[in-house]
Design a protein around this ligand. Structure first.
Ligand code: BO1
Ligand code: ZN
Length: 262
């Protein structure tokens, strides 16, 4: 079983004891600051296909005790990376009401309220997420920073089901929708680097694309994210709220982040 957490005796400081990669190289997330950024004119706008999913398709939404995760269709693909990548799942990381934190990646030391990860696997070389997760060039994650602002009707297509997945192990069905609408308008402005899973087992298998511009969700939507879910099962006598499920930024020596913008 996965016995790790973000707080307490199984917190991120001790992840490397059971998951040696968490103490290894190429770890994520990181802070994006000027000294490590370099412009790369070869970074083209991200091209997606199959992201507009029919409502006939049913996505499985699960509380896995660490986050809320929604399985995606492998027909959703990134077209223009070095390999073809197919979507496997999306999930979120967030903070709690009392702090200005929540995102995993930071920009010049600044946290955003939350962060969406759309996890893709290299479908040219591997059959599924599980077989790609620990391989070089195995995964490509699209990361979307989220800040407080206008109500976001696209995120609501997921958030409106939170009541049914309050506790670990609970599942709900989300009808397909246009997943492209969860991303920022501009897919040409982003940070790019090679890193890792931000949770155990922290495999260094992820090509990260973090979009520069955050998307807005309302204060009510952030509140729903931060107050509805629990890390624990429904019959647990000591319920634990699912908050602050982000990993702290990692050392970033002798690595560079490519940016698509000047
Ligand atoms: S993330 O996008 O870097 N936060 C990320 C973290 C972990 C995974 C994917 C993306 N995948 C995990 C699954 C676990 C599984 C593990 C190894 O991969 O969530 O359920 O055990 O296969
Ligand atoms: Zn994640």
């Amino acid at each position: 079983g996965s016995k790790w957490s973000y707080i307490g005796p199984d917190g991120e400081k001790v992840w490397p004891k059971k998951y040696p990669f968490c103490g290894g190289v190429f770890q994520s997330p990181i802070d994006f600051h000027n000294d490590i950024l370099h412009y790369d004119s070869a970074l083209l706008p991200v091209e997606l296909e199959g992201y507009n999913v029919s409502s006939e398709v049913k996505f499985l939404l699960t509380n896995n005790g660490h986050s809320v995760k929604m399985n995606l269709s492998s027909a959703m693909r990134i077209r223009n990376f070095s390999f073809q990548y197919s979507a496997a799942q999306l999930h979120l990381h967030w903070g709690n009401r009392n702090k200005q934190e929540g995102s995993e990646h930071t920009i010049s030391g600044r946290h955003f309220a939350a962060e969406l990860h759309i996890v893709h696997y290299n479908s040219e070389q591997y059959v599924d997420l599980k077989s790609a997760v620990d391989k070089p060039n195995g995964l490509a994650v699209l990361a979307i920073l989220m800040e407080e602002g206008d109500f976001n009707p696209s995120f609501e297509k997921i958030f409106s089901h939170f009541q049914h997945v309050k506790y670990k192990g609970q599942e709900a069905i989300v009808p397909g929708f246009n997943v492209r609408d969860l991303l920022p308008e501009r897919l040409d402005d982003y940070y790019r680097y090679e890193g890792s899973l931000t949770t155990p087992p922290c495999y260094p298998s992820v090509l990260w694309t973090v979009f520069r511009k955050p998307v807005e969700v309302s204060v009510g939507q952030l509140l729903a994210l931060e107050t509805t879910l629990y890390c624990t099962e429904s019959d647990d006598p000591s319920p634990l709220k699912m908050v602050d499920n982000f990993r702290r930024v990692q050392e970033f020596d002798e690595r560079m982040v490519s940016v698509s913008f000047q």
